[in-house]
Design a protein around this ligand. Sequence first.
Ligand SMILES: NC(=O)C1=CN([C@@H]2O[C@H](COP(=O)(O)OP(=O)(O)OC[C@H]3O[C@@H](n4cnc5c(N)ncnc54)[C@H](O)[C@@H]3O)[C@@H](O)[C@H]2O)[C@@H](O)CC1
Ligand SMILES: Nc1ncnc2c1ncn2[C@@H]1O[C@H](COP(=O)(O)OP(=O)(O)O)[C@@H](O)[C@H]1O
Ligand SMILES: [K+]
Length: 500
Amino acid sequence: MKILNADQIRALDQSTIQNEPIAPINLMERAALAFVDWFVDHFSDKKTTKIFCGLGNNGGDGLAIARLLLERDYPIEIYVVRYAPRESDDFMHNHRRLKLVTDSVRYIESSDDIPSIRHNEVVIDAILGSGLSRPTEGIVKSTIEAINRAPAMVVAVDIASGLYTDQPNTSTDVIIEPDYTISFQLPKLAFILPKNGRYVGEWQIVNIRLHKRYIDLAPTPYYYTQARDARLLLRKRDRFSNKGSFGHALLLVGSYGKIGAAVLSARACLRSGVGLLTVQVPACGYAILQTAVPEAMCLPDTDEHYLTGQSAVDSLPPATFSTLGIGPGIGKNPGTLTMLRNLLPTLEKPIVIDADALNLLSEHRDLLDKLPRNSILTPHPKEFERLTQPWANDYQKLDSLRDFAKKYKVVVVLKGAYSAVATPDGDIHFNSTGNPGLSTGGTGDVLTGILTALLAQGYDPIEAAVLGVFAHGLAGDKAAEKRGPVGMTASDVIDALSWT
Ligand SMILES: NC(=O)C1=CN([C@@H]2O[C@H](COP(=O)(O)OP(=O)(O)OC[C@H]3O[C@@H](n4cnc5c(N)ncnc54)[C@H](O)[C@@H]3O)[C@@H](O)[C@H]2O)[C@@H](O)CC1
Ligand SMILES: Nc1ncnc2c1ncn2[C@@H]1O[C@H](COP(=O)(O)OP(=O)(O)O)[C@@H](O)[C@H]1O
Ligand SMILES: [K+]
């Protein structure tokens, strides 16, 4: 699914109006109905609902929502925040329609007009939407502050008032802090960025049948991966296949005290369809790996505690393998650095690089130029910061992510909520699956195993990253269903992996 910017969303609105064709007021009615369907489902107990409307089309949505909820017998109180002398045409149209069914529209012109809001009420925020062009101030700001102070549930229409759709807010901006955001047709970039969490709450998209052809043709670097996108990437296994058909992966993983990372990545790799797996671990990990992961072959390193590449890479040249994954649990021993330094120039095919292998790259930046093209790097934000530099806000972080992927011609998976897969062409695919239960040691090692398995099977690196990150998050969601986000572990994520 595409993510479009505020200008494109406006153009999409117009394109729908012209091409469907549909009168603007009817499109607004459709949006309001879609919101009300969701609202009635979630707030069936008909608590007192205070709707705060601005004077633009977001406010127009609010007035239409108020009328539709009145028709459904909700106890509604309607407030219009009068911050400017002019209203939009569709606001006025809906204002007239609302006046036919109620005469209790109240106006907020000064702080004295702001009502008190009780804990057992619901607030609908329709003050400002995607038309936001400057920070909130005056009576808009005071109303937002009052809503944020109130103990009631808050639902934002389309986007929280005061939050920009696709550009950074400053730390002093006053923005609605909703429990829910119900947005129209497409997700907004703002919903996906960590710093905006409290200005979004739980968000959901409702379909209002905007012009499909416009969406299909609209250029954008931003995508949001959902189940149907992932399903299109998943390959079927041929009836006449054999284990040779699915590649032979090598994992270079583990060090003394971190053989668990080796086990987790190996088990995840095997659960992700690889034909054959060899795992190279320091000698101290040999018995552990052979016992914990009997399906994998094991090459013990000559070093007892760290990977040096001494036995394995010599005895089996990297070219033997379809791909390799390196990093989980390896540490930053000088011998391991030498292994990485010797290994990279010999590689021709994309590999997966994670954890301390990434930290070695940031400390020895000449190695970055030696990365095989289209390799997949999987930093969490701290690791990515070490590879680049600190960012002032989430938008700058995205620019930095895109620049890095383009410069080194690699695929970068920036991990976290809505993990971002940046491609060498400059696109960014945000992932929709996953939950805070994944914020626990070892889940990143699982991802490395998954991605290595997909590359070994011949998936294109971008597709491998998008699909692998989706499957990892989905397994996390299934593990959370079973154990709860608190109780789940990385092993539960492996057990929950499914590729159907
Ligand atoms: N684009 C779409 O697909 C659809 C949009 N609709 C609604 O229309 C909204 C966008 O409407 P508008 O473009 O009228 O914009 P808004 O309703 O967000 O804003 C109204 C006006 O307020 C002014 N304004 C901007 N920042 C301000 C600030 N900080 N303080 C005070 N005034 C400020 C602007 O001049 C703007 O025109 C969407 O968020 C959505 O709710 C729906 O009705 C139908 C479908
Ligand atoms: N709040 C969250 N929501 C969704 N996914 C998350 C969240 N927190 C962490 N994750 C996922 O969990 C994994 C954590 O990886 P990482 O930080 O490398 O952990 P480790 O190195 O301990 O294995 C990543 O895939 C990340 O996207
Ligand atoms: K709003």
